[in-house]
Design a protein around this ligand. Structure first.
Ligand SMILES: Cc1ncc(COP(=O)(O)O)c(C=O)c1O
Length: 419
């Protein structure tokens, strides 16, 4: 029996509200977080300068990832900023970035007065395409930010080889891809610096927060200072009130540190659930040719921050936006599209809204024209993406209902086309 779409007044395919990252049912907070938060409160010190919790988080995170240094900070955007500040770029230096990511991957480039240069993406993974990247290099290129999108690792062998060949610094943005793997190596351990977001929706969270990891001692030392006003607190070095360079206060609080530390202990379980249920959904959708499920690229393990569904518009005769709107109405937590346009089509870039009317640093340094056509595969690829919010609390029954919602919407549109 077929039912009318929920958007047309029919019954929802997903009967009850599914757990999301915005409610307790869809997060893993429990007695572990409570115990550590209370420990902080009882200590009387909520600042990391004086407390012990953020330091414990940094130590445990570095150990878990297998890198010598981790520096906690206030957001994932701040973590990217720390990575760039560690490089001490010159104004007008170029950083190659992907056009499909959170804007937090890119804003810090501009804050450091460097210029983001967009490179196109692989049509399947929507992550940076190393070949296209090579064509965007200039004498001013200093670094590459590789974003492991939605949980899918970038082509790291090609990116690391390219960066090594040219002497570029490789920054991995792992905010959406905790513990995803590429040929057996965890993302965040292959580049020079790795950034993580602890924002509310992420695999591990403390509401807002970030972590930078690096094997490089000099980068770690500079990033640590940058997050703390470039204030060397070691009284034996330079004296306590001499500030070494232009910096920020991006410190993480002890309360955030307590929650993040407890969350780190749950990360493996969270990943296992997300991966198992994603595989289950993919199996259930095998007979739905109107959509294409995310498949990890060869040699990689996905960590499913999002489940990126691709709509075969020709096959089902519907625009992705209409498909996504109908799916949302069926009760599936999703973004109708991920981001509607590649980031370079935002007014920040097209109208160069930066510092007053100066357009700095685009003027005088920018050479890319931020306009349609700059990265055709990114533009095309985004058109048929629907991002399903993925969640570690999904049960087998939830996944079954999500699959039946997708099947229902797909069949509705393909039957309408056939008529
Ligand atoms: C890939 C990526 N980079 C950076 C960020 C910025 O993190 P935050 O929102 O914690 O500043 C995000 C946030 O969603 C992200 O997904």
């Amino acid at each position: 029996m077929t039912h009318a779409l929920a958007i047309d007044g029919g019954p929802k395919a997903v009967a009850e509200k599914l757990p999301t990252f915005l409610d307790a049912a869809g997060r893993t907070f429990g007695t572990e977080e409570e115990r550590l938060v209370i420990e902080v409160l009882r200590s009387g010190c909520l600042s990391r300068n004086g407390g012990a919790m953020v330091e414990r988080l940094e130590r445990d995170f570095a150990t878990a990832l297998g890198v010598p240094h981790a520096i906690a900070c206030s957001t994932g955007t701040a973590a990217v900023h720390l990575a760039l500040a560690a490089l001490d770029l010159e104004p007008g230096d170029e950083v190659i970035v992907p056009p499909i990511t959170d804007i937090g991957s890119i804003l810090p480039v501009l804050w450091q007065n460097a210029v983001p240069v967009f490179a196109d993406v692989d049509p399947v993974t929507l992550c940076l395409d190393p070949e296209d990247l090579a064509s965007r290099i200039s004498p001013r290129t200093r670094a590459v930010i590789a974003v492991h999108l939605a949980g899918q690792p970038c082509d790291m062998p090609a990116l690391t080889a390219l960066c090594r060949r040219h002497g570029f610094v490789l920054i991995e943005d792992c905010s959406q891809a905790y513990w995803a793997e590429c040929h057996g190596q965890i993302v965040g351990t292959m580049g020079d610096l790795a950034c993580f977001s602890l924002q509310q929706s992420k695999h591990m969270t403390c509401g807002e927060g970030g972590l930078l990891a690096t094997p490089n001692h000099a980068y770690a030392a500079r990033a640590r200072l940058f997050a703390d006003k470039a204030w060397p607190r070691d009284l034996t070095s330079l004296g306590s009130m001499r500030f070494l360079f232009l910096a920020q206060n991006y410190r993480m609080s002890e309360l955030q540190g307590a929650v993040a530390l407890a969350q780190l202990g749950k990360l493996q379980a969270t990943l296992a659930c997300r991966r198992r249920q994603a595989a289950a959904l993919t199996a259930l959708l095998e007979d739905v040719p109107e959509v294409q499920c995310p498949r990890a690229a060869a040699g990689t393990t996905h960590s499913f921050w999002l489940y990126m569904l691709r709509v075969n518009e020709e096959r089902c005769g519907a625009r992705t936006a209409d498909f996504g709107t109908a799916l949302l109405a069926e009760g599936v937590p999703s973004w109708v599209q991920y981001i509607v346009d590649p980031l370079y089509l935002s007014p920040l870039f097209t109208e160069r809204h930066t510092y007053g009317a100066s357009e700095y640093p685009f003027r005088p340094f920018g050479r890319q024209v931020y306009d349609s056509g700059l990265c055709p595969r990114a533009e095309h690829g985004l058109r048929n993406v629907i991002a399903l919010w993925w969640n570690e609390a999904y049960t087998d029954e939830h996944v079954r209902q999500i699959a039946s919602a997708i099947r229902k919407v797909a069949r509705h549109f393909s039957r309408a086309m056939a008529r």
